[in-house]
Design a protein around this ligand. Structure first.
Ligand code: HEC
Ligand code: HEC
Ligand code: HEC
Length: 109
């Protein structure tokens, strides 16, 4: 029997699912971020940051706004990371793979 209470539960679930699937590119969809640095021939490709891989392990406030602003356009540098800033807070070979495995972040798209 579908009581009105059950019905509301089902309805809100459906609405949630639809909004999760149907909103690519919106502010609530956290996709992969590819940094916009221009790389010439022979340079390392711009770094790539997969939001969802990180979301499985961390809540938003693990990174926002202490390590990163909640918008694009930051300018992390390898020099900063090697002293524990931005990605280097975790990618230090202990919490996550270290900065020596260049190709895991600098992936040609
Ligand atoms: C492991 C670190 C990390 C976690 C956890 C994380 N973010 Fe981010 N987020 C980033 C980074 C890095 C950027 C890119 C910043 C830049 O370009 O300078 C970013 C960018 C964003 C942006 C701008 C994206 C765009 O496409 O313009 C939004 C919105 C955002 N995050 C929201 C969230 C929310 C909401 C959560 C939790 C559900 C979350 N983030 C969890 C690291 C993280
Ligand atoms: C944990 C991810 C990560 C790893 C591992 C990593 N990088 Fe980066 N790197 C970044 C991010 C993020 C940026 C800033 C965005 C960009 O310029 O692509 C960056 C920037 C750079 C830049 C631009 C200038 C600078 O110095 O900031 C170069 C060159 C670079 N990385 C080379 C390397 C090399 C070589 C390695 C391996 C020894 C490496 N990176 C490993 C994430 C990473
Ligand atoms: C709060 C900690 C934290 C921060 C900050 C963080 N990462 Fe990670 N990242 C992780 C962990 C943990 C993993 C998964 C464990 C592993 O593979 O070593 C991971 C995995 C990854 C992967 C591999 C994804 C895959 O498909 O396997 C990439 C690429 C990556 N991070 C890039 C970045 C870049 C670029 C930044 C900075 C813009 C960043 N991360 C910042 C913790 C972090």
């Amino acid at each position: 029997m579908v009581t009105s209470r059950n019905f509301c539960g089902i309805l809100s679930l459906v609405v949630l699912c639809v909004s999760l699937v149907a909103a690519p590119g919106s502010a609530t969809t956290l996709g992969d971020i590819i940094y916009s640095r221009k790389a010439g021939p022979g340079d390392w490709a711009p770094a790539y940051f997969p939001h969802w891989v990180h979301r499985i392990k961390y809540k938003c406030y693990a990174c926002h706004d202490t390590l990163f602003p909640m918008r694009r356009g930051g300018n992390p540098t390898m020099a900063g990371m090697s002293t524990g800033a931005s990605c280097g807070a975790c990618h230090n070979g202990k919490t996550a793979f270290g900065l020596d495995t260049c190709q895991r972040c600098h992936v040609s798209q």
